[in-house]
Design a protein around this ligand. Sequence first.
Ligand code: NAP
Ligand code: GLV
Length: 309
Amino acid sequence: MALLFMSEWDSADEWTRMLRDHIPDLDVRVSPDVGDPAEIDVVLAWKPPAGAITSLPNLKLIQSLGMGVDHLFVHPDLPEGVPVARLVDPHMAMQMSEYALLWALHHHRRIEEYAWQQIEKKWKQLRVRDTRKTTVGVMGLGVLGGDAARKFAAVGFRTIGWSRSAKDIDGVTSFTGADGLLPFLGETQILVNLLPLTEETEGILDARAFAALPEDAFVINLARGAHVVEDDLLAAVDAGHLAGAALDVFRDEPPPPEHRFWSHPKIRMTPHIAGLTHAETGAAQVAENIQRVRAGKPPKNEVEPARGY
Ligand code: NAP
Ligand code: GLV
């Protein structure tokens, strides 16, 4: 039985080495060199090509190389009954919270404005915003959003969060469901998006959502580009309603050279690096899941296909 590695981003050699620390005789094939498709029982994938998974008749597990799974569920032909599992990596949660805090504080302490002042050799002290009176709103209070919200609250921000089910997180006010969205946004001065991408959340950050945010709010998107209606974001920033945005993810990655984000003075971009998959911490989880499915047990961190996350 063999594992098929499918990713253009991650190093197959590094993963193979790390996985063999746990399963020394693991047979690893690297896509597109599948060998005999009937020998593949596990797929380890980030953005597999269409149809590539369907053609594997003896699959026991589809394991995401990331914490998200939308890149797998975009394929309507995933084999039925084969479990899909995701990574749940505390190392990645730490990176994501660092990223959110970095941009929130960058905006909150007006570092962007000081950077422009420096270019103009201008020496002017700006009003310091009161952290306790500034509300950070975290969309999605799962593994990543929950960690970020806890850390924002610990720094002293008034912290609120929005999720499907109610949460009881120390120092974090919980808003839920469709009815809770606009009231949540209405109080959010720094928005951190950590939702999974599903049919329900695609395009959730649109003109209506931006209009609901208070004047001068700042948007941090580190979940998926397709959560944002990019033209609506640009319109809200250009109209002066939003102070700006820090974006790690985009509808097209990379965005085309003519995309307005590249040169917009109020948009800061990074190339999907907020939380990078870490072979060292991920391999132990993947190896455990391989051993579990080969022993006839369900994998850990299995995703519900009907829910999409
Ligand atoms: P998770 O543990 O599954 O948590 C998802 C959260 O979103 C949950 O709180 C869930 O509510 C909430 N949610 C889902 N659908 C909702 C809806 N329709 N309305 C309101 N709330 C909804 O996910 P995670 O591990 O925190 O990861 C979140 C996302 O981060 C991933 O899916 C991925 O897209 C992204 N990500 C990005 C990077 C990067 O480098 N930029 C790295 C890793 C992950 P309930 O708790 O009520 O279910
Ligand atoms: C990265 O975006 C992930 O989903 O892990």
